[in-house]
Design a protein around this ligand. Structure first.
Ligand SMILES: Nc1ncnc2c1ncn2[C@@H]1O[C@H](COP(=O)(O)OP(=O)(O)OP(=O)(O)O)[C@@H](O)[C@H]1O
Ligand SMILES: C[C@@](O)(CCO)CC(=O)[O-]
Ligand SMILES: [Mg+2]
Length: 387
């Protein structure tokens, strides 16, 4: 039996980092996906190992089942219906199993993703042979939620072939999960994100699971329907960074300046709530849309200023801000910052010539530009051969 899942990346329109500290944030899925295929060997294949193939990087890691039983004991009767947190003792055992694979130094960031994979798999399927294949359209570690997308896609394939989910195996093409199944996948994916991020808010896995646009606060999501088209230019500065370290940096700054940072988080909360109201309020004509876009630009600028005061901007992000401002366009970082991706609102009436010019200028700085569709579908699965 072979099954494939795809889970989208995301942009955060307002509220990253502050959301970890209890503020509201607004996020939307993007039409770039991580794909995970799960295959159990047939009895005559005689394959007694757990393998993960990272196709885009031409890497494969594999553990004999006996090595998993010995290195990560206690999973002879796995439970897929109750998401389990990976405690520090188990994380140490997993780290040892990953270390044995001698991941090339330049790709060492992958260790976190491989650890999340091992945890989710062993919790849900125990010591069962399988091959897992991963491909992704998302840049890794760039603020577009690659860690959440892989955790959602892994959890979905593992759960779909467990006894916690009932699926129509004859369905052709991409298939959505039921609400209760999505909730279960999202909870497991959050456990994976905890391994990668340390202290995630859960917004990234939630928007990847459910898709569309959401308002999120303290684990609670509200679905949003935008009345404006919302076209965003995404500029990848290609400056590598790691969400776990950036989230930890904001927590340290909060410990040093608790009152000042509490005010920053409160300001972000108001910005996110206003932004959510704004994008949902009716817009009768072009004038109303333009007015909304202007307000949205102001909120993005204010949020960026507050992200700077949290210490998560970067010289490359500032270069994008300065460049887009020359064309009177507003931008903010998206995701964890420290490099990674920047969003620029492209107003509805903006001419193609200006868009082309700004993109060309950003690209001469060595950045990569893309205009992604936002607010599309969330997690979907498909039985191989039918997509
Ligand atoms: N396709 C993938 N294959 C293997 N590991 C992956 C994959 N996608 C993500 N990861 C893991 O997630 C890490 C990147 O996660 P990180 O949270 O730092 O960035 P991000 O999720 O892309 O951005 P943000 O959290 O700001 O949205 C990678 O270093 C790797 O460990
Ligand atoms: C930086 C952060 O707020 C968003 C990363 O996309 C972390 C999180 O919410 O888990
Ligand atoms: Mg991430």
């Amino acid at each position: 039996m072979e099954l494939k899942a795809r889970a989208p990346g995301k942009i955060i329109l307002a509220g990253e980092h502050a959301v970890v500290h209890g503020s509201t944030a607004v996020a939307a899925s993007v039409n770039l996906y991580t794909y995970v295929t799960l295959r159990f060997p047939t009895s005559d294949e005689n394959d007694d190992s757990l393998k993960i193939q990272l196709k885009d990087m031409d890497l494969e890691f594999s553990w004999p089942i006996g090595r998993l039983e010995e290195g990560l004991p206690g999973f002879t009767s796995p439970v897929s219906s109750t998401p389990k947190s990976c405690l520090p003792e188990s994380l140490k055992l997993i780290a040892a199993l990953v270390e044995e694979k001698n991941i090339p130094e330049a790709k060492i960031g992958l260790a976190a993703g491989i650890s999340a994979f091992l945890w989710l798999y062993v919790c849900i399927h125990g010591y069962k042979s399988a091959t897992v294949i991963v491909t992704s359209e998302l840049p890794l570690g760039s603020g577009l939620g690659s860690s959440a997308a892989i955790c959602v896609a892994l959890s979905a394939t593992f759960l779909a072939l467990s006894n916690s989910v009932n699926l129509d195996l004859s369905h052709q093409g991409w298939l959505s999960f039921s609400e209760s199944e999505l909730e279960l996948v999202n909870k497991w994916a959050f456990e994976g994100e905890k391994i990668i991020h340390g202290k995630p808010s859960g917004i990234d896995n939630t928007v990847s699971t459910y898709g569309n646009m959401i308002k999120f606060r303290l684990g609670e999501l509200t679905r949003l329907e935008s009345t404006v088209p919302l076209k965003m230019l995404i500029t990848n500065t290609k400056v590598g960074r790691n969400t776990k370290a950036l989230v930890a940096g904001v927590a340290e700054r909060t410990n040093r300046h608790p009152d000042a940072m509490a005010s920053v988080f409160t300001a972000v909360d108001f910005i996110s709530k206003e932004l959510a109201e704004l994008i949902q309020s009716p817009a009768a004509d072009d004038l109303a849309i333009t007015e909304k876009e202007e307000k949205l630009e102001e909120l993005m600028e204010m949020n960026q200023g507050l992200l700077q005061s949290m210490g998560v901007s970067h010289a490359s992000i500032e270069t994008v801000l300065r460049t887009t401002l020359k064309y009177k366009l507003a931008s903010k970082l998206t995701g964890a910052g420290g490099g990674g991706c920047v969003l620029t609102l492209l107003p509805t009436l903006l001419s193609h010539t200006v868009v082309d010019k700004v993109m060309a200028e950003l690209e001469t700085c060595g950045f990569q530009c893309l205009i992604a569709e936002i607010g599309g579908k969330g997690l979907e699965i498909c039985f191989e051969g039918s997509s």
